[in-house]
Design a protein around this ligand. Structure first.
Ligand code: NDP
Length: 318
């Protein structure tokens, strides 16, 4: 496994991280979830991503259990705050001082740890003054409950403003967690250039577009049994944006490029996001330990200009 600095901080994260959205506490039984975490640790992954809202808190609990007995100093744990973790009262959403303080304490309990390495704003809160949010994050950092602050899916402008306040408060806002894959390149236009200037690294999610970039979904055919697209607990709704024949046909055109590079399609897709120097880590998900073992081999691979061009040509404007 190779490691990268998280933005311009001194924290090293594994190039490939493991995340448990839609799987732990939901699609996947706890023993299988723990086997995935074990496979991740064995493959050299040190960085683990979750959120309080995943499976209404169950995902954090499962990860906390799976990491029990692992030396705390040997892993980086990232979690998030914003969305409610249950039916929800008026203060159970957003980035108010109240919700941040209550949420971090609950997350630490579930994760069975005294601190998280990165505490992330799961989304931007347009209703709460940003000053209030950043001051609450500053308290969390000063109390030692989080070492670094991150965001998720913030725009370039939101990152600039958040970073300005973080500097005033002398707290490290060092990462942003956006969606990024060959099929979803939105951050390249504004978020990446702004982040490079600010010293913010991207910890990108869904690098294989939730499984679509493995090539296992075929145009004109039913999704394979047991895949996320058939997961009625929630996954099926999330993946539909990619499941159309045009996208699936183009994905199939990537197969010879992967074969030529000696990679599986999933490995090609993961290593593709890692070619962007502003990406600190790619968070992979997995429903089975074998997927982790396969996907992690994407770390450290260098793609050549010619290969990147072939990929662009195969995908066209999807
Ligand atoms: P991926 O794009 O890596 O998709 C993972 C899924 O693809 C697996 O659960 C599995 O689903 C399938 N898969 C993985 N490897 C293989 C393989 N080798 N062969 C066949 N199928 C495979 O990432 P996710 O969409 O799961 O997101 C990763 C993490 O990113 C999340 O856990 C979370 O931590 C974070 N995230 C953050 C968000 C945010 O708003 N900040 C939003 C979304 C995710 P299956 O077997 O069921 O088909």
């Amino acid at each position: 496994m190779d490691f990268r600095y998280l933005g311009n901080s001194g924290l090293k994260v594994s190039e490939i991280s493991y995340g448990n959205w839609l799987t732990h506490g939901s699609q996947v039984e706890n023993e299988q979830a723990k086997a995935c975490v074990k496979a991740a640790l064995e493959a050299g992954i040190t960085t683990f991503d979750t959120a309080d809202t995943y499976a209404n808190t169950k995902a954090e609990s499962v990860l906390g259990e799976a990491l029990e007995g692992v030396r705390r100093e040997s892993v980086e744990i990232l979690t998030k705050v914003y969305w409610p973790t249950g039916p929800g009262g008026p203060n159970d959403t957003g980035l108010s001082r109240k919700h941040i303080h209550e949420s971090i304490n609950a997350s630490l309990k579930r994760l069975k740890t005294d601190y998280v390495d990165v505490y992330q704003a799961h989304r931007y809160d347009t209703e709460t003054p940003l000053e209030e949010t950043m001051e609450a994050f500053a308290d969390v950092v000063r109390q030692g409950k989080a070492l670094y602050i991150g965001t998720s899916e913030w725009t370039a402008e939101q990152l600039q403003e958040g970073h300005r306040l973080a500097r005033e408060l002398r707290i490290p806002l060092v990462s942003n967690q956006p969606q990024y894959s060959m099929l979803w390149r939105v951050i390249e236009a504004e978020v990446v250039p702004a982040s490079e200037e600010l010293g913010i690294g991207q910890v990108v999610f869904s690098p294989i577009a939730q499984g679509v970039l493995t090539g296992k979904y075929l145009p004109g055919q039913q999704p394979p049994e047991g895949s996320r697209a058939t997961d009625e607990k929630g996954g099926a709704n999330m993946i539909t944006r990619y499941l159309n024949d045009d996208v699936l046909t183009r994905v199939q055109q990537l197969k010879p490029i992967a074969e030529e590079a000696g990679l599986s399609l999933a490995q090609l897709a993961i290593t593709w996001v890692l070619q962007n120097p502003n990406v600190s880590s790619a968070i992979i998900g997995a429903s089975r330990p074998e997927q982790v073992t396969e996907n992690v081999k994407a770390a450290g691979v260098k793609l050549e200009e010619g290969q990147l061009k072939q990929i662009d040509e195969a995908l066209g404007s999807v």
